[in-house]
Design a protein around this ligand. Structure first.
Ligand SMILES: Nc1ncnc2c1ncn2[C@@H]1O[C@H](COP(=O)(O)OP(=O)(O)O)[C@@H](O)[C@H]1O
Ligand SMILES: [Mg+2]
Length: 270
């Protein structure tokens, strides 16, 4: 797990400094700073409601940070026009938690959608690339299926193929394995590592699933109480003295973590 850090020379591809994001006067993220290195699998963990998805939305420029700096591949996300933002966004591929596929399109149409809209490739060229990407995610032959006919794990893999086909430098995964059985979750984890090794894609993996994240991440940032509680390799986090880190890894209800969001009402509906 630590070897990958040595090979990518610690070239920074994502830099976040003192990021704050507020909605309606209440802070959701405050004072967030971290760097992601080219080619690493960087994890973000934290409880449900700790702001993980919001952080990804800030990185993608889908919502604007209230203050702080976000640099993607050397480009500052602040003060950009929509066109400029789109060219930075093109460096990132987002795999949404619910896969977010178009239900009225086939799997192949879903995967080829971005190429059709944003490139001048011919129908045949797109079809060839779609087939290549179906193969990469282990779904050869499923191009003509409708998303509703696929399992949750297959839909997630279609979501990965759809992001990957645009050849992003950075792939953002929001809860890539949650709700999947252990075998399928293992396959998704294997796919994330394969994409890093074959395409040197930098991966940001956001999840509340500690064990699955630690199995693939080079480094992990832990969010708690709207800010960074820790950021280190899984090995170091596992032997950390930080009481919040220990509580989260152990899954204890009692401890210093901000579990204020977990009221009987919220847990009942989740
Ligand atoms: N646009 C918004 N308006 C109000 N509250 C929001 C908005 N976006 C996120 N939140 C709140 O911010 C917190 C973090 O949400 P989220 O980023 O989805 O957490 P996670 O992905 O870690 O579960 C939650 O309490 C959520 O209700
Ligand atoms: Mg989320």
């Amino acid at each position: 797990m630590t070897e990958a850090i040595a090979v990518h020379n610690e070239e920074v591809i994502v830099r976040v400094e003192d990021l704050c994001y507020e909605v309606g006067g209440s802070a959701i993220l405050t004072g967030i700073s971290f760097e992601v290195y080219t080619g690493e699998v960087f994890g973000v963990m934290g409880m449900s409601g700790s702001g993980k998805s919001t952080l990804l939305r800030c990185l993608m420029g889908l919502v604007q940070a209230t203050s702080g700096i976000i640099e993607i591949d050397g480009e500052n996300m602040a003060g950009k026009t929509e066109d400029e933002l789109n060219s930075v966004r093109a460096k990132m591929g987002m795999c949404f938690q619910q896969a977010a596929l178009f239900d009225s399109m086939t799997v192949a149409e879903n995967i080829g959608f971005g190429l059709k809209r944003r490139t001048k490739l011919t129908r045949q060229e797109i079809a060839t690339r779609v087939d290549e990407h179906l193969e990469i995610v282990g779904l050869s032959g499923f191009g003509h299926y409708m998303p509703s006919a696929l399992s949750g794990g297959m839909r997630k893999r279609v979501g990965v193929a759809r992001a990957l086909i645009m050849q992003p430098k950075i792939i953002l995964y929001d809860e890539p394995t949650s709700g999947l059985d252990p075998i399928i979750a293992g396959q998704i984890n294997g796919l994330i590592l394969h994409l890093r090794d074959q395409f040197e894609a930098t991966s940001l993996v956001v999840t509340h699933e500690v064990d699955r994240l630690f199995a693939i991440a080079d480094r992990v940032l832990m969010l708690d109480a709207r800010t960074v509680a820790a950021c280190d390799t899984p090995e170091n986090l596992l032997r950390s003295d930080n009481a919040k880190v220990r509580q989260f890894i152990a899954g204890d209800m009692e401890g210093p973590m901000d579990t204020g969001l977990l009221t009987p009402e919220t847990t009942a509906t989740e």
